[in-house]
Design a protein. Structure first.
Length: 189
């Protein structure tokens, strides 16, 4: 006798595979790699990384990249949640099974790494400037992406919801970074 929970779970796994296959078919059928939108998303992936290599403060490399990696992970988890729950998605992903890759792996973490670096180097309030960057991404950058057809929101999702996710991620990234700096200072005396 089979467990009804596992039967339902197996059905959900099958539906997810069918959904993934449908997204791959969409990507291949429309030859997304040959569209202007695809190449814009590739540029959003590559250009910020080039800027980061040139602009990052090499004296604070580990601290800034640790913070950036934390931003990257949180952004990826937030987008994974939002995409899986049908809140938003990216129709022209550079990598078909990673729709938010350009955003989560490059432009968002790089921008916030440079903001973090700037606040460290100029002794400015991180929270103020991170909030300004979150406002920019939520109410300027994402609407531009949406206007270009590179970002889609569904249901009742709006830019204020996205702003709340940015702020949550930026606060969490800063607090995690602060915690590990505190640990390092505590144990390396």
């Amino acid at each position: 006798m089979s467990d009804p929970r596992i039967v339902q779970f197996d059905k959900a796994v099958k539906l997810r595979k069918e959904s993934t296959d449908a997204m791959l078919d969409y990507w291949k059928d429309h030859a997304l790699y040959s569209s202007l939108e695809y190449w814009i998303m590739v540029a959003i992936l590559i250009l910020p990384l080039i800027v980061l290599v040139v602009k990052i403060d090499k004296n604070k490399l580990f601290l800034i990249t640790f913070y950036g990696y934390t931003v990257h992970l949180l952004a990826a988890y937030i987008d994974l949640f939002a995409i899986n729950s049908g809140k938003w998605n990216f129709p022209f992903p550079p990598i078909p099974l990673l729709p938010s890759f350009s955003i989560d792996s490059s432009i968002v973490p790089v921008t916030f790494m440079l903001v973090f670096q700037w606040t460290l180097n100029h002794k400015k309030n991180y929270y103020v400037y991170a909030l300004l960057a979150a406002i920019f991404f939520s109410f300027v950058f994402n609407p531009i992406l949406a206007g270009l057809g590179l970002f889609r929101m569904y249901g009742s999702t709006n830019y204020f919801h996205i702003f709340i996710w940015y702020v949550s991620g930026l606060l969490t990234a800063k607090w995690i970074t602060n915690f590990f700096v505190w640990l390092q200072n505590k144990y390396t005396k």
